[in-house]
Design a binder for this molecule. Structure first.
Ligand code: C2E
Ligand code: CA
Ligand code: CA
Ligand code: CA
Length: 281
């Protein structure tokens, strides 16, 4: 029994060691990515359901890996969060997206300026001096502050609601807008929701899918869109994949939609083509 146990431990050890080595290599790779400009942003249009036109974008991070090709965020954001690298990475994304927005606002003037929505992870929200980062950014990049939206998750809000509310209020005082991402999938209580200075609820794709999947209906989407209206917030439906879902959302007066039905996330040059076509009469 004793030798068997030893053998098991050895196998376990070597497995862990290999895992640790893979993680360390990826972490080193990720550092290199940040230093050598291998990160890039894709932009996914967010469409006004009333006008059918592009109202803004969500910036989504990609890693242009020299060997692995284009790596999706689910394959590297968790590690970036664990290692803390998400803080400089997130700061980079915020700057890059804001500068891109500035260019598009100038080139494609809208009565209501185009907006840019940027994901902020919990670690970045807590560890970074986000208020200062955003203030510096707005000082150096002349966009209307209200056209910058930060997407926060419910778990981030509920981890430390008091501290979170104070931070959010300071951002809101600069007129920056705040969204709750994947709304309905976390545990935020309605009582808290009311007290956070939030502008937008992003309705999670799982609820949008129920509209047309045959396994459920649009009831939850409708409840969230109504909740947003009552709380004087906007709603953005995420992951809209077909005309049936888009039609339903438009019928219940959901303000914005985002999803493959309208456009996939794409590099800035591609999105520019969409913007140009969108403005054509
Ligand atoms: P998310 O914030 O919920 O972003 C929406 C995800 O849904 C994106 O995946 C987008 O490509 C995808 N999507 C959009 N429309 C559709 C659709 O019609 N159908 C389907 N099936 N999917 C759709 P992506 O780009 O792979 O990003 C995954 C997650 O990675 C994001 O989820 C977000 O949590 C995280 N992420 C991405 N960029 C950043 C970033 O810059 N910072 C941080 N902290 N997280 C990021
Ligand atoms: Ca998001
Ligand atoms: Ca989301
Ligand atoms: Ca999500």
């Amino acid at each position: 029994a004793k030798t068997g146990g030893r053998a098991r431990i050895d196998v376990f050890d070597s497995h862990l060691r290999r895992q640790a080595m893979i993680l360390m290599r990826t972490e080193a790779d990720l550092r290199t990515a940040l230093e050598q400009d291998q990160l890039c942003l894709y932009y996914q249009p967010i469409v006004s359901l009333r006008t059918g036109r592009i109202a803004g974008f969500e910036a989504l991070m990609r890693w242009n890996h020299p060997e692995r090709g284009l790596v999706p965020p689910n394959d590297f954001i968790p590690l970036a969060e664990e290692t803390g690298l998400i803080v400089p990475m997130g700061r980079w994304a915020l700057r890059e997206a804001t500068q891109q927005l500035r260019v598009w606002q100038e080139r494609f003037p809208h009565p209501t300026p185009l907006f840019m929505s940027v994901n902020v992870s919990g670690r970045q929200f807590r560890d970074d001096d986000l208020v200062q980062v955003v203030a510096d950014l707005l000082a150096s990049t002349p966009i209307p502050p209200s056209s910058l939206k930060l997407e926060l998750t419910e778990s981030l809000l509920m981890a430390d609601p008091e501290q979170c509310r104070a931070l959010m209020q300071r951002l809101r005082d600069m007129d920056v807008r705040l969204s709750i991402d994947d709304f309905g999938t976390g545990y935020s209580s309605l009582a808290y929701l009311h007290s956070f200075p939030v502008d937008t609820l992003k309705i999670d794709r799982s609820f949008v899918q129920a509209i047309s999947s045959g396994q459920g209906n649009g009831a939850i989407v409708q409840v969230i869109a109504t909740l947003a209206t009552i709380l004087n917030m906007d709603a953005i439906a995420e992951g809209v994949e077909n005309a049936e879902e888009a039609g339903y959302l438009s019928d219940i007066m959901c303000k914005y939609a985002q999803g493959y039905h309208f456009a996939r996330p794409a590099p800035a040059t591609i999105v520019e083509g969409l913007l140009a076509a969108d403005l054509a009469p």
